[in-house]
Write a protein that binds this ligand. Structure first.
Ligand code: BEZ
Ligand code: FE
Length: 291
């Protein structure tokens, strides 16, 4: 070991892993450390630069709380969260996208066709579609969770003026896989940029905006759970999302309606919405658990 050099240190590290090391752990660690060591060699990283990097990590630790995780945000703005999503998204299903830090457990149940908009200000939208398999057949037993920002660009857990579960709901779908709810057009918003991640964004001339979006978690027995987001085609930040969450297949269209459209009996939306409002039709495709 005393003969270790910059060219042999990577192998020296790998040789430290004992025979009992889990094979997957060994493989992942081997790749991780090899890339890290190559990074230092290729950049000729200086002590000052490495200290700066460590300071960034330290500041992320200082600012992280149960409500705000700067490490996750760092992974998001570096494109790592999205890359992990992409390598794990089956080709034939709806792509997954970042969960983000504003999801909370316990969203209230809403019947299919229910009113999530309530008294929120903003342009009214009816969002509907179906949850189906790759052949287009409806999936039985699907459940959907939805959450989004209010008109001021804030989630309920960022804004004391909103009720705890404002613009959040959970729908249990029927055998037809159809979902439908009323809401408002969510607003674009910025990721928190008052910490080390913001420093990084500003130092590289990047802005902290995300295009507006609706978050969804969709589950169904026997199918891979889908965590995703859907973005309107006319959003100004669609092609410059700070966290790389947009995919072509996650883009939706707002269609303006000037007439009150017929809504089947038993749905709450009809009493609440007056034209003009928007509709969005978006289907989700789930793939089988073991596919
Ligand atoms: C969000 O969509 O809520 C979000 C995602 C990543 C970072 C910050 C916010
Ligand atoms: Fe979000």
């Amino acid at each position: 070991m005393r003969t270790v050099t910059k060219d042999t240190i990577t192998q020296a590290f790998l040789d430290y892993c004992g025979a009992e090391t889990d094979p997957r752990l060994r493989f992942v660690l081997e790749k991780f450390v090899t890339h890290l060591h190559d990074f230092v060699r290729e950049t000729n990283l200086t002590h000052a630069e490495w200290r700066k990097g460590l300071e960034l990590i330290e500041k992320a630790g200082d600012i992280t709380t149960p409500e705000r995780n700067e490490f996750v945000l760092m992974s998001d703005v570096l494109g790592l969260s999205s890359l992990v999503d992409m390598v794990n998204s089956p080709d034939e299903g709806t792509p997954s996208s970042v969960l983000g830090p504003f999801h909370i457990l316990g969203a209230p149940d809403l019947p299919v066709g229910g009113d999530m908009k309530q008294d929120n200000e903003g342009a009214a939208v009816i969002v509907s579609g179906k949850v189906c398999d790759p052949e287009g057949a409806p999936i039985k037993g699907a459940e959907i969770e939805v959450w989004q920002t209010a008109d001021n660009g804030l989630y309920s857990n960022q804004d004391n003026s909103q009720a705890e579960y404002n613009l959040r709901c959970h729908l249990v779908l029927g055998d037809d896989g159809i979902y439908k709810l009323s809401t408002i057009r969510p607003a674009p918003y910025t990721v928190p940029d008052d910490g080390p991640v913001g420093e990084l964004l500003h130092a590289t001339g990047r802005h902290p905006w995300r295009p507006s979006h609706l978050h969804f978690i969709i589950t169904a027995p026997g199918y891979r759970s889908l965590v995703t987001e859907v973005f309107p085609s006319d959003d100004p930040y669609l092609d410059e999302d700070a966290v790389f969450g947009v995919r072509e297949r996650l883009v939706m269209e707002y269609v303006e309606q000037s007439d009150v459209i017929a809504i089947p009996d038993g749905m709450e939306i009809a009493e609440r919405l007056q034209a003009p409002f928007f509709t969005v039709d978006f289907d989700f495709v789930l793939t089988e658990e073991k596919a």
